[in-house]
Design a protein around this ligand. Structure first.
Ligand SMILES: *Cc1c(COP(=O)(O)O)cnc(C)c1O
Length: 369
């Protein structure tokens, strides 16, 4: 809501705030969270970690979050063997959204341009515009992949200061082969950000862009603890890049941006990584099952390397979305006009989704949906 009398920036007028509905429903399958809450044991450990820092909250936290960054580097080294990262090449902030904002504050800004390949994550253009950077849409192929030749053409044409590549992509679930990422890196005059928010869900044999870091000093790979790591409430995102990129980010970060509580909670979560990531295998299985089930119903489904599935096509997708919501199942109306996205939840949640969708499809013939 904009107040007409307020002297807000001209370039913010008419923008809509980010707004995935937060409705109180029995089955919330709309924001790609991990449905498994921390165990009682982990809840206790998190509580103790907060207790430990509580007595020092009169002091500012470690401004550089050094210990946390070392832990994150160790996690990445285990996730993608051979990358040999250190805390010096990792940076952390309040969610990967803040990471992206800091990247744009350093490498974007008035007079500069960022490019992304649509359909993709809606926050990339929003954060870009708010940073005063011009946003330019490039496009994915019919199958939601990115053709290296066309991507290079887009990059050569727009000469962007920042390129966003999301892999696996949200909302389509599509992972990119390294060749496409490398082609963009070779052609891009500026920074290339590979948003790997869903990397831990990728299918076997799908590589991470982390393996390219040593060869491309203008590559930034972003990750988050919000999805596979089941810590969306903690607000912890991070990136891996060359030390020069980290030094540049220090110019724009607010002092003490990561609270002592956040740092302690994130470190405790990382120490219990095995438990937190324990649900990933089950979620992958549940994802592959729902893809097969939807295809069995004659629906179009995008291949997914993430914890959500994009399916369609419905001439009136709003009716399907509403029909599901009326049955207590909240999914996301996002992506290309005739498609819908469902996050992968527990077996019980997915059963509720399947039952509700069958009813909606039975009630109204496909052509009218
Ligand atoms: C969910 C998501 C994020 C995560 O944002 P956080 O601020 O870390 O919670 C980042 N990128 C993409 C593509 C996402 O879907």
């Amino acid at each position: 809501m904009t107040v007409p009398g307020l002297p807000i920036r001209d370039d913010l007028r008419g923008l809509e705030p980010y707004g995935a509905p937060q409705l109180d429903v029995p089955y919330a399958l709309n924001t790609n969270e991990n449905p498994y809450p921390p165990s009682e044991r982990l809840v206790k450990a998190l509580g103790e970690a907060v207790m430990d820092v509580a007595g020092t909250l009169n002091r500012y936290p470690d401004r550089d979050a050094s210990a946390l960054r070392e832990d994150l580097a160790a996690f990445l080294n285990a996730d993608t063997p051979g990358v040999g990262l250190t805390g010096r090449r990792v940076w952390a902030a309040n969610g990967s959204n803040e990471i992206i904002q800091q990247i744009l504050q350093v490498f974007g800004g008035p007079g500069r341009t960022a490019v992304g390949f649509e359909p993709s994550y809606s926050m990339h253009p929003i954060i870009t515009r708010v940073s005063g950077t011009r946003w330019v849409d490039a496009f994915r192929d019919e199958d939601f992949g990115i053709d290296p030749g066309r991507a290079v053409e887009a990059v050569r044409g727009h000469r962007p200061d920042v390129v966003f590549l999301t892999s696996p992509n949200n909302p389509t679930g599509t992972a990119l082969p390294l060749e496409a990422i490398e082609a963009v890196l070779e052609a891009a005059p500026g920074m290339v950000v590979v948003d790997e928010a869903y990397a831990e869900f990728r299918r076997g044999g799908t590589p991470s862009a982390l393996t390219l870091l040593d060869r491309y000093p203008r590559l930034i790979v972003t990750r988050t603890m919000s999805k596979a790591f089941a810590m969306a409430g903690t607000r912890l995102g991070y990136l891996a890049a060359s030390p020069a990129v980290i030094d540049a980010l220090l110019l724009v970060r607010l002092p003490y941006h990561l609270s002592a509580v956040t740092q302690a909670v994130a470190r405790t979560a990382l120490a219990h990584g095995e438990e937190l990531l324990g649900g990933v295998e089950a979620l992958r299985g549940e994802r592959d099952a729902v893809v097969a089930w939807l295809r069995g119903r004659g629906l179009a489904v995008a291949d997914s390397d993430a914890n959500f599935v994009l399916f369609g096509t419905f001439p009136d997708r709003r009716r399907v979305w509403e029909g599901l919501l009326a049955r207590g199942v909240l999914i996301r109306e996002v992506g290309p006009p005739e498609w819908l996205r469902v996050s992968v939840g527990t077996p019980e949640e997915m059963a509720a989704f399947r039952t509700a969708l069958e009813e909606v499809l039975r009630e109204a013939p496909r052509e009218s949906l």
